[in-house]
Design a protein around this ligand. Structure first.
Ligand code: IMP
Ligand code: MG
Length: 181
C-alpha cells in the first residue's frame, strides 16, 4: 500500500522519498559551492514559510562563508495561485553590492519570484540568482532563468518538506502529491 496523508479535505500520496530529495540537494549544493567559491560572503535569502526545510538542508552543505536571512511573501490560497503577491516581512540586510541567492520551495508561474527580484534590483545587489527545490517548467511564465533547481515537476500540486496545503503538511519529511481518485 502506498503511503497516504490527509490534510483537511484532500488526500495526498507519497511521491518523492526523503532519500531522493537529499541526493538532489547535495548535487545542487555542490554546484553552488563551485560557482560561488570566489565570491565575497553571499547572502542566502529564504522565502518563508515554504523554504525553511530546504534552506536548512542546503545550508548544511554550503562550504563558504555566507549570511542567511528570510523574508515572507504569499501568493497562494488553497491549490491555485491568486496571482497577487504581498510582501509581509521586510528585508533588514544591506543588499547593495552583495551576491544574493533567493531560496524558494517551489517556482510555479514565477509571479512571486519576479516580484521579489524587481524589489531587490532597486537595492543594487552585485548579482541575484534563484535556488529552488522545485520548478514547474510547464507553468513558469517569466524570462529570468532559474539557475539553481533541485527538481523539475509537472503541474501537479505537492506538499511536504516545507510545502503546504492551506498551511498543513509543511512538517512532512517526504513529498506527497494530490491523490485525484
Ligand atoms: P508562483 O508565484 O506562481 O511562482 O508560486 C510560487 C508559490 O506558490 C510557492 O512559493 C508556493 O508557496 C506556492 N506553490 C506553488 N505550487 C505549489 C505546490 O504544488 N504546492 C504547494 N505550494 C505551491
Ligand atoms: Mg511559498
Amino acid at each position: 500500500m502506498q503511503k497516504k496523508v490527509t490534510l483537511n479535505d484532500k488526500t495526498f500520496k507519497l511521491m518523492i522519498p526523503y532519500e531522493s530529495i537529499d541526493q538532489k540537494i547535495t548535487a545542487l549544493a555542490q554546484q553552488i559551492n563551485h560557482d560561488y567559491r570566489d565570491k565575497q560572503t553571499p547572502i542566502f535569502l529564504g522565502v518563508l514559510s515554504g523554504s525553511f526545510m530546504f534552506m536548512a538542508d542546503l545550508m548544511k552543505q554550503i562550504d563558504f562563508n555566507c549570511e542567511i536571512t528570510f523574508i515572507k511573501i504569499a501568493s497562494y490560497v488553497g491549490t491555485s495561485s491568486v496571482g497577487k503577491v504581498t510582501e509581509l516581512i521586510g528585508l533588514n540586510n544591506v543588499i547593495e553590492g552583495r551576491d544574493i541567492i533567493i531560496v524558494e520551495d517551489i517556482v510555479d508561474t514565477g509571479e512571486s519570484i519576479n516580484h521579489l527580484m524587481k524589489s531587490l534590483v532597486g537595492h543594487k545587489p552585485a548579482s541575484i540568482e534563484v535556488a529552488t527545490l522545485f520548478l514547474k517548467p510547464g507553468s513558469y511564465k517569466k524570462n529570468h532563468p532559474i539557475k539553481y533547481r533541485a527538481m523539475d515537476i509537472g503541474n501537479e500540486f505537492i506538499v511536504g518538506f516545507g510545502l503546504d496545503y492551506n498551511q498543513l503538511g509543511r512538517n512532512l519529511k517526504d513529498i506527497y502529491v494530490l491523490d485525484e481518485q
